[in-house]
Design a protein around this ligand. Structure first.
Ligand code: ADP
Length: 306
């Protein structure tokens, strides 16, 4: 039987006196994007750094393609591409020079380096930037270079620590698409503290809180822990909750203070448009309406209460 690409067994890590992660176990196999979700300080980077062999665990084992990372670190690393949270870019090198340097530290076959660099650049959409100094690239392009170095040696498993952190909204969409593309033929694991990120990019989710895995399953299963969509609206002459509840698409309505109303709705934009039209038609004088996103804390509270 083939080994899973990653197997983590009872992993523990302690930097000082407190456990940063405790008893983390999981297996990952197949292509697609696995999201490691958790608040800041939950233990995501610690877990990823240990899996990628840049931090030695206090206890527990990691197997990459069946290879014990403590016993055979160099052999295990051949299967892994890693983009740490702070990309290890050298600003005074051009994209080409930097990728050549990365190929050399991966001990790649010299004859294959040029082709591999060309392919990684093309995959990541940076071919036209290959002679530019890294310092002169935008954050989005720097992140693409970071992803290019992670896939350069064609690893089966790619680990990206908060890959969209610090990018602007357009760059985020582009980098997410790139991640989905490279996951077509390999396993990608990315970490994020943003709920919508896992929903947009990942097929399966592992949620870590306080150093422990609190959820592991598909995005669909995870969705059942997310509060239904809520809207918050204010009116100068607010309607009664019952009037709103009578409208299609609205599941719950409650007054908040003297002017606010919080609504649970079906998530359909038409429902929002209907509320706005009704407000005008019936003279409720709406002054504000916004969609409220479910917070990670709310999901965690629900998972903990399971
Ligand atoms: P995340 O990536 O989910 O934000 P981390 O793995 O970075 O979480 O951190 C987990 C815990 O370990 C946090 O409490 C953090 O403060 C602590 N920690 C992380 N790195 C170090 C370090 N080098 N020394 C001491 N404590 C650390």
């Amino acid at each position: 039987m083939e080994n899973p690409i990653v197997k983590v067994e009872h992993l523990y890590h302690r930097y000082t006196t407190q456990w940063a992660i405790e008893d983390i176990s999981f297996e990952i196999d197949g292509s697609g994007v696995v999201g490691l979700l958790g608040s800041n300080g939950a233990g995501k980077s610690t877990t990823m750094n240990i899996i990628c062999g840049v931090l030695k665990q206090t206890q527990g084992k990691v197997f990459i393609n069946g290879i014990d990372t403590l016993k055979h670190p160099v052999a295990a690393r051949k299967y892994i591409g890693f983009l740490p949270q702070k990309p290890p870019l050298y600003p005074d090198l051009t994209v080409d020079e930097y990728l050549r340097f990365c190929a050399e530290i991966h001990w790649m076959d010299r004859k294959k380096i040029k082709t591999a660099i060309g392919e990684a650049e093309e995959r990541c959409g940076i071919t036209h930037m290959k002679d530019r100094l890294l310092r002169n690239l935008s954050g989005g392009y720097q992140q693409r270079v970071g992803i290019a170095q992670a896939i350069l040696h064609d690893p089966k498993f790619v680990v990206l620590d908060e890959p969209t952190n610090g990018l602007d909204p357009n760059q985020i969409l582009e980098v997410r698409q790139l991640i989905r593309d490279i996951a077509e033929e390999r396993t990608v694991m990315l970490s994020t503290h943003i709920l919508s990120e896992v929903q947009a990019t990942c097929s399966t989710i592992k949620m870590i809180e306080h150093g422990r895995v609190v959820f592991s399953g598909s995005v669909d299963e995870f969705d059942s822990y997310i509060e239904p969509n809520t809207l918050y609206a204010t009116f100068d002459l607010p309607p009664l909750p019952d009037e709103l509840m009578a409208m299609p698409g609205i599941r719950r309505a409650e007054s908040v203070g003297s002017h606010g109303v919080r609504l649970t709705y079906d998530g359909d934009r038409d429902t929002i448009k209907l509320i706005i039209r009704e407000s005008v038609a019936r003279g409720w004088e709406m002054t504000e309406i916004k969609v409220e996103k479910s917070s990670m804390e709310a999901v965690f509270a629900k998972l903990s209460g399971k």
